[in-house]
Design a protein around this ligand. Sequence first.
Ligand code: S3P
Length: 170
Amino acid sequence: MRNIILTGFMGTGKSTVGRLVAAKLQREFIDMDTLIEQREGRAITQIFAESGEPYFRQLEANLCRELAAQSELVIATGGGALVPEANLRVMEESGLVICLDCEPDTLWQRIGQSKNRPMLADQDEERFARLQTLLEQRAPAYTRIEHHLDVTYLTLEEAAKRIYEWANDE
Ligand code: S3P
């Protein structure tokens, strides 16, 4: 059975939805950020602060290849993990990649106050602008992904149900 890989911007619900989908399908769930934190013994914010973003991106690239070599997993990636096209191709070969999309205002409600999002940096008045800029920068990479689900008006349970049905139709 092929993997199911959920990706998309921070705050779209990848981890929560992925966990629900895995439970419905009785499959193992892997959250890439959590696995990286466990292996490194430090939080993502700490990894960014102490070792820099390129180091984190290399960990992500390596982990994509490691997980793509397995099967039957439900995987939630970090929001930037499949931005490099090579990482996307590797994951696409291993399974169904679905990008969760969401309107900026809703994302802001969900992650505007988040303290563990180094890509949004400080909680100052520029934060919403940074979120919008990052969304624009990411748009070409997310557009490359074949399958999308807009979760702006869906509950996490509804999103999980759609993906579960999708996986069953495969
Ligand atoms: C990132 C998203 C985060 C995490 C890291 C970088 C990004 O994951 O991997 O902070 O570049 O978009 P979530 O999308 O789960 O917040």
